[in-house]
Design a protein around this ligand. Structure first.
Ligand SMILES: C[S@@+](CC[C@H](N)C(=O)[O-])C[C@H]1O[C@@H](n2cnc3c(N)ncnc32)[C@H](O)[C@@H]1O
Length: 260
């Protein structure tokens, strides 16, 4: 039974180390129940009844390894979340330039599409690179179909302009219109191990470093700052900050920074 899944201290250590090394997410003793719930779900799906057999499976099957990492990261997001950052950018950005924007832990795409919609509505020219470690989240972003609850904070005028309403079986869903979708490119990028191949005017890396320890945050910030153009903007989640990290960015608003 799923509810009876337990991890020995050795199994907990082994599994949390795998997650930490792959994604940077810290699943320490305080996160024991979360890890148990997520592994129990994967064991149910793969019809495996012993934790050791499951550990062997993720060691030999890259597909299940990826599913396991997906299951242990938190993907929660919604449209227009922490929208103050985008409102600020709309006020200060120059419309003459074509902006390159990176949503660096995009989950299922709501952050990238929220930015795209607002920049389009304000006649900016831009492209957005949306990346995540999770293949399943990236696929949801590429599909661009969302339950209505996710768009509850989208102003009605924008909802009508940039989304199609689902019909019949899809009644409870909306789909981002192709004109918005074509401005956002989804690709896999691990903040810990991949090196950015491009530079950006604006980078959003929100609500992911909260799951990392300080050395991992430092690595991620170093990595992303390299990809930020001089004068570019960098945003973390409102519950996060770069306090305690080495960086040369200037604070411009809560959780918002600029590279000089
Ligand atoms: C809570 S979501 C944040 C979504 C969006 N940025 C927001 O603020 O609403 C965190 C995302 O970070 C991703 N993530 C975790 N570790 C990662 C890593 N090492 N590299 C890239 N993405 C990672 C997870 O897969 C998840 O989709």
């Amino acid at each position: 039974m799923v509810t009876e899944t337990e991890l020995s201290p050795g199994q907990h250590k082994k599994l949390s180390r795998i997650v930490y090394e792959e994604s940077g997410v810290v699943l320490n003793e305080k996160k024991y129940s979360l890890l148990v719930a997520r592994i129990a779900k994967r064991m149910r799906i793969t019809k495996i009844t012993s934790v050791n057999d499951y550990i062997n499976l993720i060691s030999s099957d890259p597909g299940e390894f990826s599913e396991f990492i997906d299951a242990t990261t938190t993907n929660h997001t919604f449209f227009f979340r922490e929208n103050k950052h985008c409102e600020y950018l709309i006020k200060i950005l120059d419309k003459k330039n074509t902006l390159k924007i990176w949503s660096a832990a995009s989950s299922s795409g709501e952050e990238a599409f929220s930015i795209a919609i607002q920049l389009l509505a304000n006649s900016f020219s831009f492209s957005i690179f949306a990346s995540d470690v999770s293949d399943s989240m990236l696929n949801l972003g590429r599909r661009a179909v969302y339950p209505k609850a996710r768009v509850k904070d989208v102003p009605l005028s924008m909802l009508h302009a940039y989304f199609q309403k689902g019909k019949d079986k899809k009644k409870g869903y909306v789909k981002v219109k192709p004109a918005v979708q074509q401005l956002v490119t989804f690709a896999k990028f691990n903040l810990l191990s991949d090196t950015p191949a491009d530079t950006f005017d604006i980078i959003f890396c929100r609500n992911v470093m909260i799951y990392f320890d300080t050395p991992t945050r430092q690595r991620v910030v170093d990595n992303l700052c390299q990809a930020l153009k001089p004068g570019g903007y960098f945003f973390v989640g409102l519950a996060e900050s770069l306090n305690g990290l080495d960086h040369s960015l200037t604070t411009i608003l809560p959780s918002g920074y600029q590279k000089k």
